[in-house]
Design a protein around this ligand. Structure first.
Ligand SMILES: *[C@@H]1O[C@H](CO)[C@@H](O)[C@H](O)[C@H]1NC(C)=O
Ligand SMILES: *[C@@H]1O[C@H](CO)[C@@H](O)[C@H](O)[C@H]1NC(C)=O
Ligand SMILES: *[C@@H]1O[C@H](CO)[C@@H](O)[C@H](O)[C@H]1NC(C)=O
Ligand SMILES: *[C@@H]1O[C@H](CO)[C@@H](O)[C@H](O)[C@H]1NC(C)=O
Ligand SMILES: *[C@@H]1O[C@H](CO)[C@@H](O)[C@H](O)[C@H]1NC(C)=O
Ligand SMILES: *[C@@H]1O[C@H](CO)[C@@H](O)[C@H](O)[C@H]1NC(C)=O
Ligand SMILES: *[C@@H]1O[C@H](CO)[C@@H](O)[C@H](O)[C@H]1NC(C)=O
Ligand SMILES: *[C@@H]1O[C@H](CO)[C@@H](O)[C@H](O)[C@H]1NC(C)=O
Ligand SMILES: *[C@@H]1O[C@H](CO)[C@@H](O)[C@H](O)[C@H]1NC(C)=O
Ligand SMILES: *[C@@H]1O[C@H](CO)[C@@H](O)[C@H](O)[C@H]1NC(C)=O
Ligand SMILES: *[C@@H]1O[C@H](CO)[C@@H](O)[C@H](O)[C@H]1NC(C)=O
Ligand SMILES: *[C@@H]1O[C@H](CO)[C@@H](O)[C@H](O)[C@H]1NC(C)=O
Length: 769
């Protein structure tokens, strides 16, 4: 719940600024026939001024500075009077952030009985609303949004039966919507978003003038079984992020004016039964994602002919997609992902000239309806067929989708080669083909795909070299070819891609040196590099890591050094954001930006570990294991203050463990086993809480009594031979590793993009030994 409200707050903030923009303040000074203010009204205002102290705000906002007894109160800022009677009829003090007070029953506010329009939004008001609110019975407009109000709404609010607009958005109200609000027969716009209401929604059926209804981000726990069909003016029904349960409230579909139903993230269940529907439905948007609906997708969906956006994702729908869905001629966005849909993907979908985004991932679709015909003008930009059971050759017709922007075919069983004709899809920005059975070369088409930001072809059977045309992808942020059979030298030539953040060449047949005195290394934007399990060799210069500036850049929200040049990552990590939303993480961007990792393990590097590694002060994860590094562990490692996991095992390192490493307080996983290390192991908690096996296979390490005492009687540390059972107990190191990954992210929140780089890493880490 907390996480929810945090993400909500974030949206709220965005909306606030937008809100001001839409609500320019009235110029109360301009009225030519200004009435004289009634004294009782003036005195009530002056009383109110005590809790809205004068102060200078941003020029655009009203302040009580002008509230001066010697001036007619009808000309005070934020105040409007009735032309004839001099009664205050409108008071607008929004964003009066220094008010920071509560409204008690004797507040001057409640003496302004003639008020019709009251806006106290975003005034840092708090406490309960006193029952005297019922005195303002002439109000037609009441905005109390974005304050820290608590408690239940007093029943006396039922007196305000002239209300047309009521917003309590973003407060902390709880309890039920008071029954007395059934009196609000003129109410057209009701916004209760972002509170803690739990019930009382039964009265909604009485609000027959409603046009906009927003109940989202509350704790409503009811079955929504009330008949809403009498709300014949309703246009938007927004109830997402609650605990509504039971069947779909089909009475909504009898409202012909309705344009939007948003009920995502509730506990609705059963089959999606639409029942009687208005024959002239104007419904544009239907979102019931993240519920527990099951059964078939109803064919009657196609009767809602105005549908533009449909989101049925994250439910338990089964069976085939009804073909009739193709008759929704305005459909622009269709999300059926995360269900149990099977069979054919209806071909008519590609024929639409309106469909913009199609997401069918995480189902069990097994084939395309044949023949696939793509019409000229097919407009799909985002096509996600990932994580299905598609066992067919790479679909060539995809090349006809000329506007394609994001293509995800990952986690299927696509076979054959990646076609050359992809060069026709010149708008491609993201291409995710990982975890298939694709073979052949990566086609040399990238001279035409200059917008590409992310290319993931990992875990296929691709051979040959990295296509040199990748150098044209100047916007590239992620390149992942993990787990193929690519036979190439180190791509120094990619070093000029200044914003490449993630480079994964792991588990291929790459070979040769990664350092060449005549080559400029580049890769200034790198945050994650994994070249493990290849055939790289040679030594690294002492300054090898010195130019990887992003690895020591501390990321801050305001002045992210690359926030301008790097542009917007939001789409690239959309799936991850989804996970965030589900409550795993709140501040995704920050954590992603913070995660920096280097994995050079399982190659044949020799010589000294470059001392410049110590300059990468933001590094979280360093693995140089399984090489032939010699010499001492560089003391500069002690400068990587954020280091979480350090694996230097299975090298030829000698000398002592630098005592400074003992100070690395985030270090939760250490492995120094199978080297020639000597001397005392640091006696700090980080070291003393490691497994004994992390130090075994070193001839001269001391101070391991505590670490090794619980484990074995034969202290394995004393032998330089790898013990027979050198495979460590899988549980603990894995947990450590996972802990590091969870704490800093990719394993959890970068689900699609980064997740498997390190998740599979976790898995294979042991298989490799
Ligand atoms: C009120 O206005 C009068 C005349 O404009 C001015 O002399 C006086 O200082 C003002 N009082 C306050 C409290 O601003
Ligand atoms: C508002 O007042 C409360 C005490 O009533 C205080 O703790 C809080 O810091 C104040 N907030 C601001 C923004 O002044
Ligand atoms: C109401 O608030 C005013 C000003 O904040 C205060 O002077 C008064 O004592 C309060 N009255 C009650 C009943 O709390
Ligand atoms: C509100 O109305 C009640 C009676 O309707 C009256 O007794 C009370 O004084 C009023 N409160 C204010 C603040 O005007
Ligand atoms: C509903 O409004 C009527 C006036 O139209 C008023 O008499 C009645 O008290 C109100 N009901 C509630 C529960 O406030
Ligand atoms: C609300 O509607 C129900 C019928 O739907 C009616 O019985 C009830 O009197 C209404 N309540 C008010 C306060 O209008
Ligand atoms: C559906 O509509 C038919 C005909 O308009 C009507 O007879 C029937 O009662 C309606 N059913 C419901 C559940 O409203
Ligand atoms: C790719 O584009 C070329 C020229 O624009 C066209 O001749 C060819 O048919 C297209 N290929 C595919 C598979 O659409
Ligand atoms: C691909 O790029 C080359 C070189 O810029 C150009 O000649 C060719 O027309 C492009 N092909 C497509 C399909 O855009
Ligand atoms: C890589 O290619 C070279 C020839 O370019 C070949 O000699 C070598 O055997 C290949 N390595 C692997 C692992 O396939
Ligand atoms: C680091 O960059 C400088 C120029 O900015 C260059 O002279 C130097 O060779 C680079 N170092 C490495 C190891 O690439
Ligand atoms: C750690 O960094 C500081 C400041 O950059 C530097 O003076 C010191 O020599 C470094 N320590 C090691 C062991 O490299």
């Amino acid at each position: 719940m907390m996480i929810r409200s945090q993400s909500y707050c974030f949206r709220g903030i965005i909306t606030i600024s937008f809100f001001f923009f839409l609500n320019p303040l009235p110029n109360t000074f301009a009225s030519p026939t200004r009435p004289l203010c009634r004294h009782d009204q003036r005195d009530a205002l002056l009383e109110l001024k005590k809790v809205f102290p004068s102060h200078t705000l941003n020029d655009d906002l009203v302040t009580t500075l002008s509230w001066n007894k010697s001036v007619d109160c009808c000309s005070w800022g934020g105040v409007t009077c009735d032309d004839m009677l001099g009664e205050v009829i409108s008071l607008k003090l929004q964003s009066y952030s220094t008010a920071n007070t509560s409204l008690n029953s004797t507040s001057g506010l409640f003496k302004l009985h003639h008020l019709r329009h009251l806006d106290l939004s975003d005034c840092s008001l708090h406490g309960e609303i006193p029952s005297s609110i019922g005195n303002l019975s002439r109000l037609t407009y009441l905005d109390l949004s974005f304050n820290q109000f608590i408690g239940e709404i007093p029943p006396s609010i039922g007196n305000l039966n002239q209300l047309r607009y009521l917003s309590l958005w973003s407060n902390d109200f709880r309890g039920n919507i008071p029954t007395s609000m059934a009196n609000f027969t003129k109410l057209s716009d009701l916004n209760l978003k972002g509170n803690q209401f739990t019930g009382g929604d039964i009265i909604l059926a009485n609000l027959t003038s409603l046009s906009e209804l927003d109940l989202s981000f509350n704790h409503f726990k009811s079955s929504l079984s009330v008949d809403l069909s009498r709300l014949q003016n309703l246009e938007r029904f927004i109830g997402n992020e609650n605990s509504f349960f039971g069947p779909f409230p089909s009475s909504l579909l009898m409202i012909s004016s309705l344009k939007m139903i948003s009920l995502d993230r509730n506990h609705l269940e059963g089959p999606l039964v639409f029942g009687n529907m208005s024959s002239s439905s104007k419904l544009r948007s239907l979102d019931v994602s993240y519920n527990k609906f099951g059964g078939l997708i109803p064919t009657s969906l196609s009767k809602l002919q105005s549908l533009y956006s449909v989101d049925l994702s994250h439910n338990n729908f089964v069976g085939q997609v009804p073909r009739s869905i193709s008759s929704l001629v305005d459909l622009s966005s269709l999300d059926l992902s995360y269900n149990k849909l099977e069979g054919e993907i209806p071909y008519l979908l590609w024929r639409s000239s309106t469909l913009w985004s199609l997401k069918l991932s995480h189902n069990i679709f097994s084939s395309f309806n044949k023949p696939v015909e793509v019409v000229d003008g097919a407009s799909i930009r985002e096509l996600n067929l990932g994580s299905n059971s598609l066992q067919v050759p790479f679909p060539q017709w995809i090349c006809k989708l000329k506007d394609l922007w994001a293509l995800d075919l990952s986690n299927n069983r696509f076979t054959g080669s990646i076609p050359q004709c992809l060069k026709n899809s010149t708008s491609l920005s993201e291409l995710r083909l990982q975890n298939n059975s694709l073979s052949g070369f990566i086609p040399d088409v990238f001279i035409n795909l200059t917008d590409l930001r992310s290319l993931d072809v990992s875990h296929n059977n691709l051979v040959g070299k990295l296509p040199r045309s990748l150098i044209h992808c100047k916007l590239m942020r992620l390149l992942n070819v993990d787990g193929n059979k690519i036979n190439d030298t180190f791509p120094f030539w990619l070093g000029s891609l200044e914003i490449l953040k993630v480079l994964v060449l792991r588990s291929n047949a790459f070979h040769g040196p990664v350092y060449n005195p005549t080559e400029y290394i580049g890769f200034r934007g790198l945050r994650i590099i994994n070249i493990a399990t290849n055939n790289f060799f040679g030594s690294l210069s002492q300054d090898y890591f010195a130019n990887w500036t992003q690895m020591y850049m501390v990321w801050s929200n305001e002045d992210s050094p690359e926030s301008d040049s790097m542009g917007d990552d939001s789409h690239m990590y959309e799936d991850s954001i989804d996970l965030v939303y589900k409550g795993v993480e709140t501040d995704f961007t920050r954590i992603f930006q913070a995660f920096k990792a280097i994995d050079f393990s399982g190659n044949r590097f020799r010589g000294h570990i470059p001392g410049s590694i110590g300059e990468l002060s933001e590094l979280r994860f360093l693995n140089l294991s399984g090489n032939a590094f010699t010499g001492n562990i560089p003391p500069s490692l002690a400068n990587i203050t954020n280091l979480e996991a350090l694996d230097l095992s299975r090298n030829n390192l000698s000398g002592e463990i630098p005592q400074g490493l003992g100070k690395l307080s985030f270090l939760s996983y250490i492995n120094f086993s199978h080297n020639h290390l000597q001397g005392f192991v640091p006696q700090t908690t980080q070291f003393q809480s490691q497994k004994c096996s992390s130090f075994m296979g070193n001839s001269g390490l001391f101070g391991l009594e505590k670490i090794c005492k619980e484990n074995h009687v034969n202290v394995p540390v004393l032998t330089s031979q790898p013990p027979k059972e050198s495979l460590p107990d899988p549980k603990e190191p894995v947990l450590n590793w996972i802990a590091a990954a969870i704490a800093f992210g990719p394993g959890v929140f970068c689900g699609l993009v980064l997740g498997h780089i390190f998740t599979s890493y976790k898995h294979e880490w042991f298989i490799a030994r």
